[in-house]
Ligand binder design. Structure first.
Ligand code: MG
Length: 221
């Protein structure tokens, strides 16, 4: 399956075509530095593009999701999709569609799916990463937890990518943008690109952590 064949309409997801293409390009480059890691697989749309990029550089993509849907995808919420409701458990289950996506694109030897909360996986994670894409839960607590748990694993020169960065609250939730600003304020990243609502930073300092997360948080509040 080629990059620009129309796979997007077949996969449920919330990402524009140019953002998908950006993920492909970044993953293709980053996979040469180290494994790429995604938080928030959902039905596999962004996973597909990141995965194709990794595959084309002979790399791997690890993607983490509990597959129970994020806060806004629960029954009664704005992004609830009844097709994703498991009738037996009455819970959201995006894993079957995710698995179909990865199978149909021939990415089963490239994409490693971890079915878990990201904070659980982070507890014993040790592998350095070439790319970190955060697109999981969009509450401030979730995005902050994903950021603080995972950015220390980014290699020097690796990409930190955040989705759903909206200029103001009339366009969308502000938690990802706050974390983007927090990362920039830390001095550990430089700006690389911005496409629609996807921001790309590069890790510029290796092995040093900010003196205090609270201190940085104060700076951007
Ligand atoms: Mg998103």
């Amino acid at each position: 399956m080629g990059l620009f064949e129309p796979i997007k309409p077949k996969i449920k997801g919330f990402m524009d075509e140019d953002e998908c293409a950006l993920l492909y390009e970044l993953a293709k480059e980053a996979a040469k530095i180290g494994p790429c890691l995604e938080i928030g697989s959902y039905c596999g749309l962004s996973t597909a593009y990141l995965g194709m990029g990794c595959r084309d550089s002979n790399g791997i993509l690890i993607t983490i999701d509990h597959h129970r849907g994020s806060e806004e995808q629960q029954p009664g919420e704005e992004y609830f999709d009844p097709e994703l409701l498991d009738q037996r458990t009455n819970k959201i289950d995006t894993l079957p569609l995710f698995r179909t996506t990865i199978h149909d694109l021939g990415l089963e030897d490239t994409v490693i799916a971890i079915v878990s909360k990201s904070e659980t996986v982070a507890r014993f994670w040790q592998t350095k990463l070439g790319l970190l894409f955060i697109d999981g839960g969009h509450s401030l607590k979730s995005v902050f937890s994903d950021y603080s748990n995972w950015f220390p694993h980014l290699q020097h020169g690796g990409y930190f990518v955040l989705h759903d960065l909206y200029p103001d609250s009339s366009k969308g939730g502000q938690a990802p943008r706050l974390i983007y600003e927090l990362a920039l304020a830390s001095g550990l990243f430089e700006k690389v690109r911005f496409v629609n609502t996807t921001g790309v930073l590069r890790r510029v300092i290796s092995g040093s952590l900010p003196p205090s997360v609270e201190e940085l948080w104060e700076k951007i509040r």
